[in-house]
Write a protein that binds this ligand. Structure first.
Ligand SMILES: [Mn+2]
Length: 331
């Protein structure tokens, strides 16, 4: 039988003692970071110390602004002294999700991804939840803790991003937590985080994209050549989807010896994932959902057909592959 949140919180606290140095391990994204903040708050004055550690380097500007604006203190796993800690908490992930996680045996595991079977001293996995932040909000409520503005804003943003504004897997519980957090959150702060999307040095790629774009029917193509991160391609692909009459954007570039192709589609008539797979699956990893898809091709897998460093030819090669799959039906 499922436990009540009050019972869960009791078990959660039962794992810790006042001497504990607690490590919270995450793969840092808004949901995970806000959950780490919540765990830290729950353990405040209950243990000797709490540190948050991420296995990934945060690069997305919105996530960076979340860290900055909410004052999240986090260390990277490379700088971690593992011997210092007596308890490990993992939120929004499970040990099986990453080789780096596997080196740890969490005492507490709280997550909303499908259960991979790891049993911690205390495990709370609810795969139907839209966000782990919802679970932690329930914990705060059950413990009678009113979240601070920053914590509430973090959890609010965590639920918002993990559910894509409730357009993805969402339970009434997620909406309830969201409504509850709204009372404590600062909406302006949340908006500031949410909108901090474009790093200054991305602007040059937007500029390039305006000049390099090729429109074929309802499809807009841009090949950007070398980019510092695939994120810039994702952003520009999303941006051009806002253009009236455009229902496909295909934005590609070169990054770390790979050709990256980002596809966006209005998801009404066509399936971006299928097009990506049919066009590029033979060369590398390619796939996705109806509305969004991605292909990543190692240089070595296409060098026989095309020089991946010849940007003009590469752009054309990508376009031709997709045109073959999309042009005919007037989509
Ligand atoms: Mn999550």
């Amino acid at each position: 039988m499922a436990l009540s949140n009050t019972e869960r919180v009791k078990k959660f606290f039962g794992v810790f003692s006042g001497e504990d140095q607690v490590l919270i391990l995450i793969n840092a994204d808004p949901d995970a970071m806000s959950c780490a903040m919540a765990v830290k708050r729950l353990l405040w004055r209950k243990v000797a110390g709490v540190s948050i550690c991420s296995i990934n380097k945060v690069k997305r500007p919105d996530n960076l602004s979340m860290i900055r604006l909410l004052g999240i203190k986090m260390i990277h796993i490379d700088d971690l002294d593992r011997t210092r800690f007596s308890k490990v908490v993992m939120v929004d992930s499970q040990p099986d999700h990453s080789e780096l996680f596997k080196a740890f045996k969490p005492d507490i595991l709280i997550d909303h991804h499908p259960d991979t079977g790891y049993k911690a001293k205390f495990t709370d996995i609810r795969p139907n939840y839209g966000a782990t932040a919802t679970i932690l909000t329930e914990y705060l409520k059950a413990s009678g803790i009113k979240p601070s503005v920053k914590l509430a804003t973090g959890l609010y943003y965590g639920i918002k991003t993990d559910t894509s504004n409730f357009q993805r897997q969402t339970l009434p519980e997620d909406i309830r937590a969201f409504q509850y957090l709204f009372k404590f959150a600062n909406i302006h702060l949340e908006r500031r985080i949410d909108q901090a999307e474009v790093p200054l040095d991305f602007l040059q790629f937007y500029e390039k994209a305006f000049h390099a774009k090729v429109i074929k029917g309802n499809r807009l193509y841009v090949h950007l050549g070398d980019v510092p991160t695939p994120d810039v391609l994702v952003q520009i692909a999303d941006f051009f989807m806002r253009v009236d009459k455009i229902n496909w954007t295909i934005v590609s570039g070169n990054c770390e010896e790979k050709v990256i192709i980002i596809l966006r589609n209005d998801g009404i008539r066509k399936n971006a994932g299928k097009v990506a797979e049919a066009s590029f699956g033979q060369y590398g990893s390619a796939g996705g959902h109806r509305g969004m898809a991605r292909a990543e091709i190692e240089y070595v897998s296409i060098e026989k057909h095309i020089s991946p460093r010849n940007q003009r030819k590469l752009g054309l090669w990508i376009r031709n592959h997709i045109e073959l799959r999309t042009a005919r039906k007037g989509n």
